[in-house]
Design a protein around this ligand. Structure first.
Ligand SMILES: NC(=O)c1ccc[n+]([C@@H]2O[C@H](COP(=O)([O-])OP(=O)(O)OC[C@H]3O[C@@H](n4cnc5c(N)ncnc54)[C@H](OP(=O)(O)O)[C@@H]3O)[C@@H](O)[C@H]2O)c1
Length: 309
């Protein structure tokens, strides 16, 4: 296959920290353009908007949309209407219905749409899924806690409708849980802590159950200050307790380390995107976002102190 000429749209934290290095590290791609209102990148064509890039820029085969979900769907539709393959950062949309529109657009335009879930490419996610397939699961506990001021500096969009608040990182845990657990599960109760001056939760406590009544509990919190973040999933089974720690990069059984690996999540995403383009396929799984939508539908809201960055 010819090299994929790629553009990044929205050159913010994740584009800078992860997408750009992953693209540079994969010979299947050449970064030819960036569309970002307040950032530019040396040695590529720079534009303020995707519209300008599509009208005046070099030819691109694909775009990687690294903007917040609230603006991404319109950008994805525009890019696909111009025949470009599209990779969406997570979450794939601000609503579930808009993702169905995107699916139809991709099909109509004959392009690849890839709704990426970077945490699913963490080193120990696949080994954890394999280990769990032969065990009887008794309960699952998810702890996803980080300091919003450290991990999301200046990201006002996170507190606006569609910004998801603590579900922005929490959905990563749900993307792993939906990948490693053998059965579908659904929400039964949720408690949401929402700052008085925000539209989205700063913390959430969620209870799920699967089809054979295995309880799954999740605690998401943006107020983890002064200590390292906790991004852990514990699964009690009839054959020991699996812990997937540090966002899926370390796996232990009964406290004994089984496996750990380097951070290659975005390398994995770009390899997958190239594979999908090569095969003319799309990959759009909304299951993590569906759980967030359910929490926002079913959750009991508690107003907590204002958030001031
Ligand atoms: N930060 C992380 O650790 C992380 C990890 C994985 C995934 N993600 C996901 O990646 C996405 C972006 O997150 P981020 O952390 O990179 O956010 P960010 O630092 O705010 O970057 C997003 C960029 O998108 C552009 N943008 C923002 N609002 C826009 C608007 N209304 N219209 C057009 N462009 C707009 C901005 O660039 P310009 O102002 O230059 O246009 C901004 O720098 C989110 O969906 C997030 O969930 C983030």
């Amino acid at each position: 296959m010819d090299v994929i000429r790629l553009a990044i749209v929205g050159y913010g934290k994740i584009a800078r920290d992860q997408h750009h290095p992953a693209i540079e590290g994969n010979t299947a791609y050449r970064l030819v353009a960036v569309a970002s209102r307040n950032a530019s990148v040396p040695r590529v064509a720079n534009f303020a908007t995707l519209e300008e890039l599509l009208e005046h820029g070099p030819t691109v085969d694909a775009v990687s949309l690294c903007t917040p979900a609230s603006v991404r769907t319109a950008q994805a539709r525009l890019a696909m209407a111009h025949g470009k393959h599209v990779m969406l950062e997570k979450p794939p949309g601000a609503t579930l219905a808009e993702i169905e529109t995107l699916r139809e657009d991709a099909h109509r335009s004959g392009v690849t749409l890839f709704a990426s879930w970077h945490s699913r490419h963490a080193h120990c996610v696949a080994p954890a899924r394999r280990w769990l397939t032969t065990r009887k699961i008794r309960r699952v506990d998810i702890e996803w806690k980080e300091d919003v001021r450290v991990w999301h500096p200046g990201q006002d969009w996170i507190w606006q409708p569609g910004g998801m608040g603590v579900f922005d990182p929490g959905i990563n845990a749900l993307s792993i849980a939906t990948a490693i657990l053998p059965r579908a599960f659904h929400l039964t109760a949720a408690q949401l802590q929402v700052p008085g001056n925000c539209q989205t939760p700063i913390a959430a406590s969620l209870d799920f159950v699967d089809g054979v009544n295995v309880p799954i509990h999740a605690e998401f919190d943006f107020r983890q200050t002064g200590t390292p973040p906790i991004w852990d999933i514990h699964v009690e089974t009839d054959d020991g307790r699996l812990t997937l720690a540090e966002g899926g990069s370390r796996m232990s059984i009964d406290g004994e380390l089984q496996e750990e690996g380097p951070d290659a999540e975005y390398a994995g995403l770009y390899a997958r995107f190239a594979g999908l383009i090569g095969k003319g396929q799309s990959d759009v799984d909304v299951s993590p976002l569906r759980h967030v939508a359910d929490a926002l539908m079913l959750g009991y809201r508690h107003t907590v102190e204002d958030f001031v960055e």
